[in-house]
Design a protein around this ligand. Structure first.
Ligand code: URP
Ligand code: ZN
Length: 461
């Protein structure tokens, strides 16, 4: 089965060109100015449209256990939502229990992800340090193709790690050539603030952001970078939410330290005014880190434009309003998280490219190529090259959309982007050479996600 896409404007992180692309056996077989129709079994005329590499969302939580039940999307529904928005690869998480080794937890998580419609990998979290942890980290990197390790500086009462263990993780992952990704917020200070608020009867969602101010993120970023420097380990800071974190990232990168950063559409487009209102109006926005100020939104756009932030993830972790209501009289019991995997690319295109905050090339780097490089998937993913996986987006820049939870493919009843107008939409999504989305239809028989073994990170970005 050979698929030919003709007349598209190919956009990569570096260049643009008009060309035809022939896909066969899941790969991009040939890119040329013209390829005769007779060589193909199926032809898409993409005249007037862009061709991008398929999106990679490096930060999602499908089927995440929480005291309010699992997050609303499992791998099937979450990957469907991803595909409908042009994301063809997901990187989720493995979080072992205290009784599991990293490898046991990985095995279990692979089963949970087996009905994913898109290709997937995981970051894995050491949640304790035992006599076998070094051996397990080495096996993850060298045998399992898991090259990134997530640590939490927040959530100290559950999966958060103290500094002495973080240092061990950094030293060990650095020694074997992997990458440590980190949720940077100072957990002990936050936990104390949350306890005081509840004691004082300040229980509404608006106290969630007040219990975890920007400076606690920025100080954690600074501290992590210093520990990573001492340990000689590359680090990736997930969901940077505040402009206050940027100077620390900038300084480290200028000093040649391997520090990468991610932000999410919610931190670029929403602010803490969303916490003003009733429980039902505000609970959907309870996520960690919380939404910040308008000036933080612009500070993060500036950081994207300067290349100080390299990826856009979503931290996709939706809960229904019924699940959020677990915290109706105590904001600390509201399950943290919100969805976004379906709209990441359209939001970045609309508010980034069309509003001239970033170029089309930067856009492609942010939605796909940089994550592929940082997480050891390039050039199989994130590129338009002969021999790469034929994961492609044909993008119609003229189609408009209004985001609505009712129409979304995610399994939830709220959207933090409800009513947002976007311009630009997938007209086709192709995964491993097959059409998986045609206009608004999922071609489910063509969708088959596979676990991806990743290489060590490519540090040259
Ligand atoms: O609020 C958030 N970010 N929820 C998802 C789980 C996590 O903390 O990463
Ligand atoms: Zn997350």
């Amino acid at each position: 089965m050979k698929l030919l896409i003709k007349n598209a404007l190919l956009i990569t992180a570096e260049m643009s060109r008009f060309a035809s692309v022939l896909c066969e056996d899941g790969k991009i077989q040939r890119i040329a100015k013209q390829i005769p129709d007779s060589e193909a079994d199926e032809i898409i005329d993409a005249d007037g449209q862009y061709l991008f590499p398929g999106g990679i969302d490096p930060h999602v939580h499908m089927h995440l256990p929480s005291p309010a039940g699992f997050s609303a999307d499992d791998f099937y529904s979450g990957s469907k939502a991803a595909l409908m928005g042009g994301t063809t690869t997901l990187i989720d998480f493995v979080t072992p229990t205290k009784h599991q080794t990293l490898l046991e937890a990985l095995k279990q998580r692979k089963k949970e992800a087996s009905d994913s419609l898109v290709d997937y990998s995981f970051h894995i979290s050491p949640v304790q340090w035992t006599v076998t942890t070094e051996k397990e980290i080495k096996a993850c990197i060298e045998q399992e193709g898991i090259t990134s390790f997530k640590i939490y500086m927040a959530y100290k009462k559950s999966i958060g790690l103290p500094d002495d263990i973080i240092e061990k993780v950094l030293e060990t992952v650095g020694k074997y050539g992997g990458l440590v990704s980190s949720h940077c917020e100072l957990g002990d200070v936050i936990d104390a603030a949350r306890t005081s608020f509840i004691k004082e009867g300040r229980t509404a969602p608006k106290y969630h952001p007040l219990s975890r101010p920007s400076k606690l993120e920025a100080e954690a970023v600074d501290h992590l970078i210093e520990m990573a420097h001492q340990a000689d380990c590359s680090v990736y800071i997930v969901h940077v939410s505040t402009a206050e974190s940027i100077p620390f990232i900038k300084k480290a990168r200028e000093n040649g330290q391997k520090v990468f950063a991610e932000t999410c559409p919610q931190y670029l487009l929403l602010d803490d005014s969303k916490y003003l209102g009733s429980f039902r109006e505000t609970a959907a926005y309870v996520m960690s880190p919380p939404l910040r100020k308008k000036q933080d939104n612009q500070g993060l756009w500036n950081a994207l434009e300067k290349g100080l932030i390299q990826t856009i993830g979503t931290d996709h972790c939706p809960f229904t309003m019924t699940q959020k209501e677990r915290g109706i009289s105590d904001f600390t019991k509201i399950p943290n998280g919100a969805g976004g995997v379906e709209h990441r690319i359209a939001l970045l295109y609309t508010f980034g490219v069309l509003e001239e905050q970033i170029s089309l090339h930067e856009f492609v780097a942010l939605i796909s190529t940089n994550a592929a490089k940082i997480f050891g998937l390039f050039p199989q993913k994130g590129s338009l090259q002969e021999g790469a996986d034929a994961d492609l987006i044909i993008w119609n820049p003229r189609v408009e959309n209004i985001i609505s939870a009712k129409r979304d493919h995610s399994n939830t009843d709220t959207s933090i982007f409800e009513g947002f107008k976007t311009k630009g939409k997938v007209s086709y999504v192709i995964a491993k050479g097959k059409v998986v989305v045609r206009d608004t239809e999922l071609v489910e028989q063509n969708c088959k996600g596979q676990f991806l073994k990743r290489s060590k990170p490519d540090m040259r970005i």
